[in-house]
Design a protein around this ligand. Sequence first.
Ligand code: 5GP
Ligand code: ZN
Length: 119
Amino acid sequence: MDCLFCKIVNGDIPSKKVLENDKVLVFHDIQPAAPVHVLVIPKKHIASMNDVQGEDYELIGEIHKAAQEAAAQLGIAESGYRLINNCGRDGEQTVHHLHYHVLGGARLGALTGISNSHA
Ligand code: 5GP
Ligand code: ZN
């Protein structure tokens, strides 16, 4: 399958890994939007939040656990962080393999909603 994050899981594309187990992988985002910006992905290919079903829901727990562990490992657990999933066009999802962003290391500001860039 021609999927960027599957290639990262398989090691065909290198990544800066933070942690890994048999279910999930956490690695640094190539274009960080905050001092700490990592991506948490299931090793299983799931295209988006809309495609999570059945036993996949257990993976969502694994993803939260890995995000929590990565935050501690990266020293942002106390200061706080944001866990984000972008889904579909309006969510500005660009990579169609389920992933959660963990952003931290600075005050992130209030959540912003509509951007004018696609208006
Ligand atoms: P999305 O916009 O789909 O929620 O997030 C995709 C994220 O993947 C973006 O933050 C982007 O910087 C990151 N990304 C895209 N290509 C690569 C890559 O080859 N390696 C890594 N580490 N991150 C990537
Ligand atoms: Zn994939």
